[in-house]
Design a protein around this ligand. Structure first.
Ligand SMILES: O=C1O[C@H](COP(=O)(O)O)[C@@H](O)[C@H](O)[C@H]1O
Length: 256
């Protein structure tokens, strides 16, 4: 089932990150209260890291029971463990190393010097197995976050590349990505669409065209962000710059 995107536009990227962090805390706390634990998929990139930094700075972060939180990733740059460009390395630096997570619940995607060596397709298959062991075919993600790239890519699903056309597998290796590094691991659209809520983060002027294209009826092969929807909610969290090229009809009634 696809859900119609809802839009929230914030004044600037700092406020967007703070508001999104507050929203995420509430969502995690609610999920833990109703089901005992929460499951969240993190994104890399500037907007994803901005949200994590805002979360680290939020006093309300102590409301989260970090030991009952499963963390997954929507994509990873296929680089050696600890590489500063890996999404997990950046997430650890801005938030994860400063909260009491259960290491068994931090599901980083494999590195290029891990058990699968440089075989990115084997690494992707292994992550698909890890997901399937926690749910069928993926866990019941409460929130899956995606940074929107200036070219409308989300996770490592780039326009027109084979990964965005995948309809069966939940995780695939990416070869020849236009944004460095060229080799990556990514969730596919079927895996993304299995999440309860999908949040797309777009802040900054360089995201304005991508947001306008993805929200104006583009196809998902040409504009992968257009295909990212949650089962019960699809939420675009934007700042005013990223929303500046949206057709007026798409603006929400109130913006903060
Ligand atoms: O390379 C990536 O880029 C996107 C978007 O990043 P941004 O810096 O333009 O916001 C990100 O969502 C993805 O996780 C990451 O691997």
């Amino acid at each position: 089932m696809s859900t119609t995107p809802q839009l929230v536009v914030h004044r600037d990227k700092e406020l967007m990150a703070q508001a999104a962090a507050a929203r995420l805390i509430t969502r995690i706390v609610d999920a833990q209260a109703s089901r005992g634990s929460a499951s969240v998929v993190l994104t890399g990139g500037r907007n994803g890291n901005g949200l994590l930094a805002a979360l680290a700075a939020a006093p309300a972060r102590d409301a989260v029971d970090w030991s009952r939180l499963d963390l997954w990733w929507g994509d990873e740059r296929f680089l050696p463990e600890g590489d500063p460009d890996r999404n997990v390395t950046q997430a650890r630096e801005v938030l994860l190393d400063s909260v009491p997570l259960d290491p068994k619940r931090v599901h980083a995607m494999p590195a290029s010097d891990g058990p699968h060596g440089s075989d990115v397709d084997a690494a992707a298959a292994a992550y698909a197995e890890e997901l399937a062991a926690a749910g069928d075919p993926v866990p019941d993600f409460d929130v899956l976050m995606l940074g929107v790239g200036p070219d409308t890519h989300v996770a490592s699903l780039f326009p027109e590349l084979p990964a965005v056309r995948e309809t069966e597998r939940t995780v695939v290796g990416v070869h020849g990505a236009p944004k460095p590094p060229p080799t990556r691991v990514t969730l596919t659209l079927p895996a993304i669409r299995a999440a309860r809520e999908v949040w797309l983060l777009a802040a900054g002027e360089d995201k304005a065209e991508a947001a306008a294209i993805a929200l104006s009826g583009a196809g998902e092969i040409q504009a992968p962000a257009a295909g990212a929807q949650g089962r019960s909610r699809t939420l675009w969290l934007l700042d005013a710059s990223a929303a500046s090229q949206l057709p007026r009809a798409l603006y929400p009634p109130a913006s903060a």
